[in-house]
Design a binder for this molecule. Structure first.
Ligand SMILES: [Mg+2]
Length: 384
């Protein structure tokens, strides 16, 4: 079903503005583009199972295209159905203004299906695409629509999981040699984290993401064993991820900074997390796109909280984070910072146009998100 599902146009009969005609600015159709790009964790490493992503294109009646990204992975076919069956019909013929009534109306209509997960992932992609359209219509990058900001940002290398201290050491060496000032591991074993610290030396920021494995007491024990390794943060130590009170207790007792937020569904949830952890990590492909990120960053500015978006992907979701971080980031303790998924993909959605250079990533200066996905990549890496 994934590959054969047609790029469906939105249904004009449903959701169209009842009291007015469809203007040239109105949303005309929404198409989805699942991507399955093979990758290795690094040069010489064995191939890993591909990780799918879902790009979404919104087209106005006047022919403007905007691109967004929904968190994909194994859920890509389901999220794709949510875009076509739930979200697209409500967008038909509507004004694409990202801060107009459309997105709020859709959220209210679909709230019975949950305030996190697949439906919000689908909505997140559409929101980012609407900001891309607004920037293209205005001739301005999204960064400038949000007040302007830096032309490039520091990014940290977010490594694939290895599960082996020697392999971790090699990956850390490659990242440091490539110029990254920070490296994040996806390792739970203290020996692997220790090897990474030894390889990175004292001058590199080191983070460990463990993806929600532990009870409170297990996490407290792990924090004790990790404490001497001077982590910039320990990410998602607790199961379940929404145990914010447990995170706050662990933060107070564990002696190392904590990060979390990629599984939070809404800006309100992320605001609550600001009370529980040191680094809040909204994922724009999950929690509301550019609009959701803007809300989180504004709350962070009021509270001097640290926000470093989760972007373990390379498409418009990453660009959303880059633009919003450039315009609104920098509060809290770490400064403006971008996550770069440091996998060795066969191809990237934007080709060579969005790759870090010596640990920095450029903020594209063209209108909207500043880049459109490479059509050759979209064609060549369809699943199925
Ligand atoms: Mg993570």
């Amino acid at each position: 079903m994934t590959a054969s599902l047609p790029a469906a146009p939105v249904d004009r009969r449903r959701g169209a503005g009842e009291s007015r005609g469809v203007s040239a600015d109105a949303i005309d159709r929404i198409d989805t583009f699942p991507l399955r790009i093979p990758f290795r964790a690094g040069p010489g490493e064995p191939a890993r199972p591909p990780v799918d992503s879902l790009l979404v294109r919104v087209t106005t009646a006047a022919g403007l295209h905007g691109w967004g990204e929904a968190f994909g992975f194994e859920a890509t076919p389901v999220t794709r159905r949510a875009v076509h069956d739930l979200v697209a019909p409500l967008c038909a013929g509507r004004d694409p203004a990202p801060d107009g009534p459309l997105m709020s109306e859709i959220q209210r209509k679909l709230q019975v299906f949950g305030r996190g997960g697949i439906v919000l992932h689908a909505l997140s992609a559409v929101d980012t695409a609407l900001w891309d359209i607004r920037g293209k219509a205005a001739g301005l990058p999204v960064r400038d629509l949000l007040g302007g900001g830096a032309a490039s940002l520091p990014c940290y290398a977010s490594l694939d999981p290895y599960g082996d201290a020697a392999a971790v050491r090699g990956a850390v060496r490659r990242a440091v040699d490539a110029g990254f000032g920070g490296v994040k591991l996806h390792e739970r074993d203290v020996a692997a984290v220790r090897a990474a610290r030894e390889e990175a030396g004292p001058g590199t920021a080191l983070m460990a993401d463990v993806n929600c494995p532990w009870t409170y007491s297990e996490a407290l024990d792990a924090a004790g064993r990790l404490r001497g390794l001077r982590l910039a943060w320990l990410e998602e130590p607790l199961w379940p991820p929404e145990d914010y009170a447990g995170l706050a207790r662990l933060r107070a007792a564990g002696g190392i900074p904590l990060a979390a937020g990629e599984n939070a569904g809404t800006p309100l949830d992320l605001g609550r997390l600001m009370d529980a952890v040191d680094v809040v990590q909204p994922s724009p492909a999950k929690m509301g796109g550019v609009t959701g990120l803007r809300e989180v960053f504004r709350a962070a500015a009021d509270r001097d909280a640290t926000v470093v978006p989760h972007t373990f992907y390379h498409g418009p979701g990453l660009l959303a984070a880059v633009h919003v971080t450039a315009a609104l980031g920098g509060h809290g303790s770490l400064g403006a910072l971008v996550e770069w998924r440091c996998s060795d993909l066969e191809a990237f959605p934007y080709g060579a146009a969005l790759l870090p250079d010596r640990g920095r990533i450029g903020v594209p200066g063209g209108p909207g998100l500043g880049l459109d996905p490479d059509p050759d990549v979209l064609r060549a890496f369809q699943p199925g």
